[in-house]
Design a protein around this ligand. Sequence first.
Ligand SMILES: [Zn+2]
Length: 200
Amino acid sequence: MDRIIFHWTGGAHTPSNLDKQHYHFIVDGAGNVHPGRYPVEANRKPVKGQYAAHTLNCNTGSIGVAVAAMAGAVERPFAAGSHPITPAQVDALVALSRDLGKQYGIPVTPQTMLSHAEVQPTLGIRQRGKWDIAWLPGMAKPGDPVAVGNKLRAMVAMPAAPQAPVSAPKPSAAPTPAKPATGPLAAFLRALVAIFKRSK
Ligand SMILES: [Zn+2]
């Protein structure tokens, strides 16, 4: 496989049967990943038979992953609609893409891991006014598709975030100052060091 393309379904937070025909994986509102009807391999070059049709003239070699969201969303003036993308969906989409990238040897680059909205500006393959995913939770309105794609790619490239913020070690956990070594082994080592020093 050559690339991963990020989408939103334009529906509610639960994948529909139609969504499952169009994407290889769909992330629901709670961040659970649902497999689509067609396996990733159905889109492998040369495509034979039925496959997941998710991106106009760019389905061959492309894995389609989607967040189930953005029903009734409007690009301009912006309205996120009844089912905006949730932060849990972003996290799950990022983790899924990271895993798929490793599994299929797809690097995290603007050409190989990109949103549907980036396909036209980056790959030069004309789409029909697609703006998924140019908006993420916390944004006031859609941004430049490539800038938003860069944000997603940076998250994919980062190792998984730790569960709790890393804090300084507690005083009790601090290493105790080293005492001068004692015992037969230490004496032996000192003797050995002395021999080496003398032999110089
Ligand atoms: Zn799309």
